[in-house]
Design a protein around this ligand. Structure first.
Ligand SMILES: Cc1ncc(COP(=O)(O)O)c(C=O)c1O
Length: 412
């Protein structure tokens, strides 16, 4: 059998996505396995952002709301996302954070399902999802109850009292991917809706929200979509729900005619009615630029490469003789995993810091998880081999035990 380096080079040579790597502005000495947390900047994102600052804001000033169509940025970013998610352009809008967007959608669900009193939330979901649901339930003064259950038990808990299931498609810690189509089928059979968090899916997994029959979805722009720190998120609402959206957070940008400044709120039709305040144009410009990098990429190719990179990483760990020093907690089956691999190690924090100092950036999740994201647009198989080799070196030297690596920073 060929050596690991020869195989990595052969995979890189036949990689149909290899030409995309040069679009990203990563320091040459870095292997970036954290695109699942904050994607890197690309030349397109920088160009759109610079143009927005230097031409539109600096020169064209307030007129840019019309001349550069700033006012339709939320819809235009939404439309650019449509092919990545298997949705129609008018079913998507870009705005706010996942947390805020969840509140809007959940409040709509609660307002529109007066005969149902339960929200099923997924145990182990990213905390903000359940915090938002908790805050909303409190607002209803006891009318809505939350039931937190393991993902495997969600279907069993569906009954005529459940208004909606709130869940992530991919678990942020373990990288496990769940069968959304199955959950949607069970939920719909029981008259319930499904709200899916796509934070770890958008931009890297092949999605067809229509085929999956998801009712509502949210996601962020800063992970695999590479939209930049704090990039605006997005909302998906299946067209069949467009007629009666009743979010509890109603702002002027969601009004049917914001510039008439009417005294009373009348929502715009469809997803535009989920806008609230003034869109963050600079952030949206960067995200719109970043989305250009996906033009012409078939999502099945992105997902396949991400899985191939992850598989090669596992092969390298095994052949370098270190696989048994870490506990893989992500399912290896492609259908059951997202675009990251997570490992447990008793000293995961120090290990993560030592790797970062060696130029291999992954991340840590408490209490002992090391996460590596496999972004298909900018990573090569050679990068992945280098990361595995650095991990081998650090494990062998035990440098991760050094006090400088074990002191916790504010953001872990
Ligand atoms: C699954 C998931 N949902 C939500 C969030 C955070 O959402 P927000 O955009 O509100 O910060 C994250 C952040 O990493 C996440 O992984």
């Amino acid at each position: 059998m060929k050596g690991l380096l020869e195989r990595a080079q052969a995979y890189d040579k036949s990689d149909p996505l290899a030409s995309h790597q040069s679009a990203f502005c990563l320091p040459p000495s870095i292997v970036y396995l954290d695109g699942n947390s904050l994607g890197p900047v690309s030349a397109n994102a920088k160009h759109f952002l610079n143009e927005c600052v230097e031409q539109q804001w600096q020169t064209d000033l307030i007129g840019s709301w019309n001349t550069h169509q700033w006012i339709t940025m939320p819809q235009r970013v939404g439309a650019s996302l449509a092919p990545l998610l298997g949705a129609e352009p008018h079913e998507l809008i870009s705005c706010d954070s996942i947390s805020v967007n969840l509140f809007k959608l959940l409040s709509h669900i609660v307002n529109s399902c007066s005969e149902r009193d339960t929200l099923l939330v997924q145990r182990g979901n990213f905390p903000t999802d359940n915090y938002v649901a908790q805050g909303l339930a409190q607002l209803t003064s006891g009318r809505i109850t939350l039931k937190e259950v393991d993902t495997a038990d969600l279907s069993r808990h569906l009954d005529t009292r459940v208004a909606a299931v709130v869940m992530s498609q991919v678990n942020y810690k373990t990288g496990e991917r769940y069968d959304i189509a199955d959950i949607c089928e069970h939920a719909h059979r029981n008259g319930a809706l499904v709200l899916c968090d796509l934070a770890h899916s958008a931009g890297v997994l092949k999605l067809d929200l229509h085929q999956l029959k998801v009712d509502f979805a949210v996601g962020c722009g800063y992970k695999f979509l590479n939209g930049g720190p704090g990039a605006p998120g997005f909302i998906y609402v299946a067209e069949r729900h467009h007629n009666h959206l009743q979010p509890a957070l109603t702002g002027w940008m969601g009004h049917r005619s914001p510039f008439d400044f009417e005294a009373d709120y009348h929502p715009a039709h469809g997803v535009t009615g989920l806008l609230t305040g003034t869109p963050p144009i600079l952030s949206m410009a960067a995200l719109l630029g970043a989305l250009k990098d996906f033009k012409g990429c078939a999502m099945e190719n992105l997902e396949a490469k991400s899985h191939a990179l992850g598989d090669f990483f596992l092969t390298a760990l095994a052949e370098l003789g270190i696989a048994n020093q870490l506990t893989l907690i992500t399912p290896t089956e492609h259908a059951r995993r997202g675009a990251q691999l997570s490992f447990e190690h008793p000293e995961a924090y120090g290990l993560c810091q030592a790797l970062i100092e060696a130029g291999v950036i992954g991340d840590f999740r408490a209490p002992r998880i090391l996460r590596f994201g496999f972004s298909p647009l900018f990573l090569s198989f050679t990068n992945v081999l280098h990361a595995a080799e650095m991990l081998q070196r650090i494990l062998a030297s035990q440098s991760y035990r050094d006090a400088k690596y074990t002191e916790r920073k504010a953001v872990t």
